[in-house]
Design a binder for this molecule. Sequence first.
Ligand code: DON
Length: 310
Amino acid sequence: MSPAPDLQTVVSDIADEMRQRRDRGQVATYIPELARVDAQAFGLVVIDNDGNVAAGGDSDTPFSIQSISKVFTLTLALGRIGDRLWRRVGREPSGSPFNSIVQLERERGIPRNPFINAGAIAVTDAIVSGHQPREALGDILRFMQFIADDPSIMIDDAVAASEQRTGFRNVALANYMKSFDVLDNPVDFTLGVYFHHCAIAMSCRQLATAGRFLAHLGRNPATGHLVVQPERARRINAIMLTCGHYDGSGEFAYRVGLPGKSGVGGGILAIAPGKASIAVWSPGLDDNGNSHLGRIALEALTKRMGWSIF
Ligand code: DON
């Protein structure tokens, strides 16, 4: 048997290979502020369960985590209200784009899963309940700082304001769900919190740190904090695998073989359960709104490390 490949060598090689590629996908423009991001950027950080950190490229540059925040709002909402959350959101892949509205009419305003926009708005609404929007947002940000073990993590207000001005689809989704009584709070309260948590800025290093509890049965091995019970960590990973890349989830599972969650800022958080937490960032997106080179880099990583769960 050949010896296990050296993780830092693999990560550096992949970062070099990705820098040279010309096929970078298209940077998101529907949130105007995101269109300003440098399409040449690339970062990759892997933290294995022994705490070894391997970093390549722009690993410390903060980027807009966008839909990756939905993993953490799901975790927080499940912590708050437990399985009652599943009364307002399902756990099935949608097979539709992340901002689609079509299934909501047939399914009485209950979104298919917590990672499509409608589902994430329903999850955010559960976090807002009983709080002022500002308090709810503070809770989400503090949770991110806690699991990333880094109090410097911030919200990019320019990105939040940019989406607040242009997020007409999300306004439509929220109002549509409200008409079915799926949301408890005023639509603008819930959307304000949603736009702001999507605008949290983190580097690959911070994001890979934040994901460690999912690779380690619910506990961050660096801090010793139990974030969720092992069963819940497994279940969040299951939803990431089946729904984390929207209508590209099947392709991501086929090629990468890991639970993953993408964001239109070009980031992907991927979890190798029992092995590692991985964050990659390349702002150009594919047709499904997922990072083009991010997925290709993760495919290379899981192949070389033998980390596919299948
Ligand atoms: O609601 C939106 O459209 C964005 N704030 C988040 C969408 C997103 O990141 C989709 N993921 N690839």
